[in-house]
Write a protein that binds this ligand. Sequence first.
Ligand code: MF3
Ligand code: CO
Length: 254
Amino acid sequence: MIRLKTEEQIDGIRKSCKMLSAMYRELIPFVKPGVETKELDKWAQDWIRHAGGKPACLGYGSKKNPFPAALCISINNTVIHGIPSARKIAEGDLVSIDCCIELDGFISDQAVTVEAGKVSQAAHALNKVTRECLYKGIEAVKPGDRLLQIARAVSAHAQSFGYGVVYQYCGHGVGLAMHEDPSVPNVPHGSNPRMMAGMVIAIEPMINLGLGDVELLDDDWTVVTADDTLSAHWEHTVAIFKDHAEILTDDVKG
Ligand code: MF3
Ligand code: CO
């Protein structure tokens, strides 16, 4: 069931989104060779709590295997849901960071991919095109049009560069919970509702240098490319109004 949000609810989600983007603006300068990913996570948890929010990924999921951090940090061949650890970021790493904040009950969701030091040309191009895919997807958000227009725009752009588009994981409705209907795929499949005023969705292209296929590791969280190639991920939370769409999270530099 798609939960349409009132203007007041969207105001609350927007505040949560602005807090999340402010966190990213301060975090990204620390994403450098030599830093442990769990140090970044600790910093983010403290920042979010000080700002009056809650790290919504921390403890998310099943009781048996809750996600143990505020940030998903997914390096190189890791696509999404990488668990912060003692691993140090290395020169040339492609570091995707995904975070959700809860503020006064409202959830925001944003992901960025940061280039640590100087990355290969291939990594830089993949990252640039993935970010472009996000904006192509957002341009396809038009009240009254069908949702899979987003997937068509994202996949056409990625495929024109020969990249693989992850199809086993999708964007989603967001705002009152972290994962709501509808599913927002990056490759057209599944239900195709009309985009309507009151919908709030997370659009999140996950694009691979090789094929789009991914695998889940034994920790039941970490998702990696099946062919071990690099992956990038960019995400915004977007609200749909009667005659326009609004990106609620701010543009941040990767
Ligand atoms: N931002 C992620 C998403 O878009 C959040 C999932 S990580 C989790 O789905 F640990 F919270 F599940
Ligand atoms: Co998301």
